[in-house]
Design a protein. Sequence first.
Length: 347
Amino acid sequence: MATEATIPTESTNESDSCVKVFESRLRPARTRQQILLDPSPVTTTLYKFPTLEPIQFVKYDAKFLHLPLRRDILHRAIVYEGNAHRLGRAKTKYRSEIVGSNKKLRPQKGTGRARLGDVSSPMLRGGAKAHGPKPRDFRTDLPKKIYDLAFRTALSYRYRQGQLIVIGEAIHPQHSKTRYMRQIMLLNKWGAPNGKTLFITMTRRNNLWCGLNMLGQHGRAMKVQDVDVKDLLETGRIVIEQHALEWLGERHGVSFPPRVKKSKKGKKGAVVEGESEAAAAVVEEGDAAAIAAVATASEAEAAVEALAAESSTEAEAEASPESDSQTASEVTSAPPTSSTTATAPAS
């Protein structure tokens, strides 16, 4: 178990606060009872890609990133995933499925040779297979709560080992060249000498995928929807987007407070108030389809407002003839005013 490290402190308030933050990350892993009694949140640093410049600190629940290591839970989850991936398509033919005559190949006696039946005998070449494999389903059952616990345990183990790097924005390399990604991995000490690196994103990033296409021994990229417990444990470190990390938490039993950002004029991908986190992440990425969907929704709202305005004007128009008839009757019944002049009699 890791022991608490002593870090020299300075007299300034800023350095003291930074030391306290990093000391909280170097504490030994708490047991499940301690987490239940003291569910204090853990602090995670958000970095900027590819320079890994710290952006801000974010606090997450201890049940998400600071669970104790449970090897039995991880083993059950990995076996469950392996069984689910097995196809079970192996199949051999029964004797009744062999094409050929059912006639006995030679007499039972008199030849001096062994007894032999028809061509579908398992002893013969091209015959049936005795007790051969048949298609079957290898999938096993695992309670959802245990599988969710395995995901959170794997992330907690990576977090305590300092092998979980959270990127505060979308991982968008400037170029898709292999040498560009190789330089990034060398500068950050990622890759084969220090263990393969797994990049987890919300959607497919073409530059990232193309850059890692020829660097299979150094790293690979996956969408968050395709990640399993085995993927979180088999690589040297994990580089994951913040939205992808929170998506994993929400999918496996962790609730996060909603984050609402005020929209700014002139900023591409601004998050509208009341928009979900997943939609906000897609819009921030600049996805054309998502932006078109948002534009279509706004046009639909404008059309509904226009129809409502037309219906109100039609209602006013229907009510206007009655008012005009009332005003006309009032005018005809009104006595003549003094302004009217009498015609002079003809001379």
